[in-house]
Design a protein. Structure first.
Length: 364
């Protein structure tokens, strides 16, 4: 599966752009702040129906403009189709496949899978459990529509239960009505996460060992109170506490995915190099997992990562590209020669674009 063309109108700092793309490698080159990452974000938009960097859609409209449009032509071997994403300030975002508007944006998730590796991935290590849950929830939702639906329903019920807990006269009967529905959804979500982690971790470990040359042992664990107690038991045990604090203190919305190295917390004990290796292995495992589950090769977006990696890790990723294990790949870099010269030496076909002030010019 690959993107054959990309068209943008008033997206961030890009007033207009129409690009014909290579099915192998596309490089966006240029100085910092010129719009290279915005091009990758537009592609990410076509996969997840939203920006990787800014979830407030209206803030992705170019300054002093009223709307943005992103369009892409996709070839997945079985069919070719057009994806359209448009937003006019003050109105609902419109997302279409072949000119047919989706009733629910969630219906699109998983059709055009994309994996993005960026320096901002470090937030998965540094920030709290919510960031990691969002990452893994988005991954599971790529191939499990029921998981996404169950998660949306659970979160809606959670919001309603929390609103009731904030009232001074929260009815036990009404709380139990919400809890009964949440128990069912929580068990389904827990089972999906449990199954996922069992399948995903061996893939992740293999990538880490390959990149690090088997230098250290890492682990990825799913932490959840539902391993020890049922959701119903947790509700009963914590109901008085929840009424006092005004929110639901335990449940699958408090799960975490723990990153460790040598049996210790990666955030505290991992070096910068080890953290980078862990995150690259995590994203490449995500790529491989989607590929195995959906029998589709995702599009890979590499945002400004090569100048922050040592030669061994750069060589590992480029070797995967050379073997065509990664499908269509998009790369951003500030150097006009570094990556193009390496790609040329490896005899990898590529389209090169110079990006300046939001304008993209093909240079090969």
């Amino acid at each position: 599966m690959y993107l054959t063309s990309l068209s943008l109108l008033n997206f961030k700092n890009i007033s207009q752009s129409d690009l014909a793309l290579s099915s192998r490698v596309n490089c966006f080159l240029g100085d910092n702040g010129q719009g290279k990452t915005n091009l990758l974000d537009a592609i990410y938009h076509l996969s997840y129906t939203k920006s990787f960097f800014n979830s407030i859609d209206s803030q992705n409209v170019m300054f002093e403009e009223s709307l943005y449009v992103i369009q892409g032509e996709v070839n997945n071997e079985q069919e070719q189709y057009n994806l359209y994403c448009g937003l006019k300030k003050g109105e609902k975002k419109i997302f279409k496949k072949n000119k047919k508007t989706y009733k629910k944006l969630a219906d699109h998730i998983g059709l055009f899978p994309v994996v993005m590796i960026t320096p901002y991935d470090i937030n998965l290590v540094l920030e709290g459990s919510e960031t990691r849950r969002r990452f893994f929830d988005a991954l599971i939702a790529q191939f499990d529509k029921n998981y996404l639906l169950g998660l949306l329903q659970y979160n809606k019920l959670l919001k309603q239960r929390n609103a009731l807990l904030k009232t001074n006269s929260s009815s036990i009967d009404l709380l139990e009505i919400y809890e009964e529905q949440m128990v069912e959804k929580a068990q389904e979500i827990h089972q999906s996460r449990k199954t996922f982690i069992r399948e995903f971790v061996p893939i992740f470990n293999k990538f880490y060992q390959d990149i690090s040359s088997n230098k250290e042992e890492v682990n990825l664990n799913h932490h959840s109170s539902l391993y020890e107690n049922s959701m119903k038991e947790l509700f009963i045990r914590n109901r008085t506490k929840d009424q006092l604090i005004g929110h639901t203190s335990t449940g699958i919305h408090r799960d975490d995915f723990l990153f460790s190295i040598g049996g210790n917390q990666l955030k505290k004990f991992g070096s910068q190099g080890q953290q980078k290796t862990y995150l690259i292995a995590l994203k490449l495992a995500k790529f491989e997992y989607i590929k195995l589950k959906k029998n589709i090769t995702p599009v890979l977006l590499l945002d400004d990562i090569f100048d922050k990696l040592d030669d061994h890790r750069v060589g590992y990723i480029l070797n995967l590209i050379q073997k065509n294990n990664l499908g269509q790949t998009f790369i951003t870099d500030t150097s006009k020669e570094k990556i193009p010269n390496i790609l040329s030496d490896l005899k990898i076909d590529s389209n090169l674009f110079w990006v300046e002030n939001g304008n993209s010019t093909k240079i090969n």
